[in-house]
Each structure stands twice: as structure tokens, then as C-alpha cells.
Design a protein around this ligand. Structure first.
Ligand code: PEP
Length: 258
């Protein structure tokens, strides 16, 4: 049985006051939801305050990134150890905005994945193709390349200690959501690729969909057999939208192992 996960990626949005207000609006509404897992990933400077407010709740704390190195002279870097110290349970790794805007390579993402595990964080590895890659028929080869980099560096068993988020770049922040079937097809491909290395890891693996998930489309996406929840950007900044998505995960049928 895979338990669904909904994680909000607040990106570089908001302020100290708005982050506090947002988490305070989310917590009481999510408190009654006990059939799925929930997390928010605020900007680094607000991890402390959001962590304090959410301590003891059923909404876990996550970071949006981490440094690929342990500690030392890496100006601007935030290590896995620091994030664990701040109460983070999750860390996003290889988000398409890190890859596309900041030039993060597959190898850097793999190193970050390893760092997250080393420090007891659950990495959420983001993979996905651009529109040009999809139109060129390269979706599977791009996703395979991004996954394989992590398997090669960290091993197939390490994939089982993390979460994968399939996030087609063309659907992120664009309002264009992948259809449930498009998401399912790529999720099944991901699970199959991991199954080739380790079937048990693949069956238990949580694979999230991300890309313009909203209250209005979450239930259809979460109903697909290989969609185990969502990574939510824009809609996670609006408490009622995010809570409605959390509720869709709560109400979705538990996924029975293949
Ligand atoms: C994201 O940034 O991970 C994301 C899925 O964004 P949005 O929901 O806004 O498309």
C-alpha cells in the first residue's frame, strides 16, 4: 500500500509574516486528514518560523534545495545537516527551476540526493521534460537520464529511501496540466525503470505528479494507479486551494501494489 503525499513548494514567494499566516491557515484544516502525508517547503529563511509553528503537526517541513557538499567554504550553500538541524524531513532535489535557471546538472542533483539521505532527509527528486523534448518524443529518454544519474551514484536501493516527482517543465506554473493519462504513462515508465533494477523498491516507491495541480484537477490525477500524490507550486500559496488538494489525497483510494 502506498500512502499518498502532498508537498507544497512555496518557491521564492512571500514574506516572514505571510509564511506564518499561510502555515497557520493550513494546519488546523489539515489536522483532521490522516490518510495521507503532507509537507510544505518554504524559502530557506522562513524554515525556522514555519517549523516552529508546525512542530508536532501532521504537516512536515521540507527545503527547496540543498548543497551537494557536506560543509565548509561553499558561500551561500545550505547543507543537509543544517536542514536536518532546522527540523526538515524532506528536501527537493533537481527541481526544473534549479536545473533550467541555475544550470544544475544531473550529476549535481545526484550528489544532492546522496547528501539528503546522508543527513536523514527524504529527497524528493524532480524529473521531467521540456515542451521541446516532449514534442521531439524524448520524454522517456530525458526522464531515464535524470533517474539513472541518481541510481548510478547512489544505487537503486537509495531510490527507495526517497520520493520521485514527475514534473513536466511545460506544465509548471503555466496552467497547462498534464492529463491524468499523460501523467500515468510517465509514472508507469518511471516505476518500470526502477523495477528493472529492484522490483520491490519500485512497487513501494512514491511518485508524485507536479505541474499546475489545483483543487479542481487533483482528484482525477490522484486517481491514477501510479500517481501517489502531488508536488504543488502556485496552488500551495493559497491555503484553501492547498487544503483542498490535501483533501483530494486523503479521499483518493489507497494504491494497491502492482
Ligand atoms: C513546482 O514548482 O514544483 C510546481 C509544480 O509548480 P506549479 O504547481 O505552480 O505548476
Amino acid at each position: 500500500m502506498r500512502v499518498k503525499l502532498v508537498a507544497g513548494n512555496w518557491k521564492m514567494s512571500g514574506s516572514l509574516a505571510s509564511s506564518q499566516a499561510l502555515i497557520k491557515a493550513i494546519l488546523p484544516q489539515v489536522a483532521a486528514l490522516n490518510r495521507a502525508r503532507y509537507a510544505v517547503c518554504p524559502p530557506f529563511p522562513y524554515l525556522g518560523v514555519v517549523g516552529q509553528v508546525s512542530q508536532g503537526s501532521n504537516v512536515a517541513l521540507g527545503a527547496q534545495d540543498l548543497c551537494q557538499f557536506d560543509d565548509g567554504a561553499y558561500t551561500g550553500g545550505v547543507s543537509g545537516a543544517m536542514l536536518a538541524d532546522c527540523g526538515c524531513r524532506y528536501a527537493l532535489v533537481g527541481h526544473s527551476e534549479r536545473r533550467g535557471i541555475f544550470g544544475e546538472t544531473d550529476e549535481a542533483a545526484a550528489l544532492k540526493y546522496g547528501q539528503a539521505l546522508k543527513h536523514g532527509l527524504t529527497p524528493i527528486l524532480c524529473v521531467g521534460e521540456t515542451l521541446a523534448e516532449r514534442e521531439a518524443g524524448a520524454t522517456e529518454s530525458v526522464v531515464a537520464r535524470q533517474l539513472d544519474a541518481v541510481v548510478k551514484r547512489c544505487g537503486a536501493a537509495a531510490i527507495g529511501q526517497g520520493v520521485i516527482a514527475y514534473e513536466p517543465v511545460w506544465a509548471i506554473g503555466t496552467g497547462k496540466t498534464a492529463t491524468p493519462q499523460q501523467a500515468q504513462d510517465v509514472h508507469a515508465f518511471i516505476r518500470g525503470r526502477i523495477a528493472a533494477a529492484d522490483r520491490r523498491v519500485a512497487e513501494a516507491l512514491t511518485i508524485l505528479y507536479g505541474g499546475s495541480v489545483k483543487a479542481g484537477n487533483a482528484a482525477q490525477l490522484f486517481a491514477m494507479p501510479d500517481v501517489d500524490g502531488g508536488l504543488i507550486g502556485g496552488a500551495s500559496l493559497v491555503a484553501d486551494e492547498f487544503v483542498a488538494i490535501c483533501r483530494a489525497a486523503q479521499d483518493a483510494k489507497e494504491t494497491v501494489k502492482a
